[in-house]
Design a protein around this ligand. Sequence first.
Ligand code: MRU
Length: 365
Amino acid sequence: MNIDGRPYRTIFPDADGVSVQVIDQTRLPFAFDLKRLATLDDAAVAIRTMIVRGAPLIGVTAAYGLALGLREDASTEGLERACATLAATRPTAINLRWALDRVAAIVRPLAQQERFARAFAEAGRIAEEDVASCRAIGAHGGRLIADIHERTGRPVTVLTHCNAGWLATVDWGTALAPIYDAHERGVPVHVLVDETRPRNQGAALTAFELNGHGVPHTVIADNAGGHLMQHGQVDLCIVGSDRTTAEGDVCNKIGTYLKALAARDTGVPFYAALPFSTIDWTLRDGVAEIPIEERDAREVTHLTGRTAEGGFATIEVVSPGSPVANPAFDVTPSRLVTGIITERGVCEASAEGLLGLYPERREAA
Ligand code: MRU
């Protein structure tokens, strides 16, 4: 996507060919800074502290991180240590483990001196595939939006939660890709952007993206969605996913489940958009089986933003001493999901629906 007229991806190889640059998402929307990741530790810190975030982008960063680790130590012990370090950064998004497994399987049989270059190249391939998947998700989901417009003759209002846009992937995004696709085809679309406390990925990142792309949108408090759905002001919900089970349960940013419940009660279609790398074929029951990341209480107790003078400031917003819980994700059971938008098309949120799109998984199922 373009920033100030220049095309950017969220992660790309540095000119030195042995490190990568990422957009520092902790500084957005108020400052646009790039950060160079040159070591395994740089990559692990970037994922853990959410300099990069979003399931597909975490996966690509982990793949590059593994390559960077192999540059420091290409032994088999070094490889396994790098995998373990990166896998421990964020537990919920399955893309991270999927990317590590893919790169590790390729480089394990190689001689040590070949491992770094091969891993770095494979990380680049994963990044390219992610862009292609997101474009395809955009085309399939964009058609859903266009259909609603054709039926109603009105601009289509889409509610989204968190940030599942180009900043959460390498480019284009998952939940926002259909919106970009529709917008670029001239379908009038308006996005309701959940602010997404505690880290405000909606207010900070999704709004930044939509502003940059000229897509009409309105930021709403997290608790407003149900009310707006009851009053007919939402045509469709589209969210991303950090892990989707083989049965179609969708794990996504905390608060997604409540939106799905409101959508079901009010008859609003609720879709999850995700690439194949987000599907965990080993799991069936998302509520019981998906590990939910518990993050620092400080994300709830404090808010960081821009001051009137243009600097950054952090303020406390919770009564001091009150215990705080901060689960980062929740699971929306498949029964509440109208459909899943993937790079291969749109399917029912069920084992049969997913296997219809990924028949090569039938034997494993
Ligand atoms: O904690 P984050 O910001 O990494 O969470 C991101 C989300 O929940 C996204 O909706 C999800 O990763 C899908 S990204 C295309």
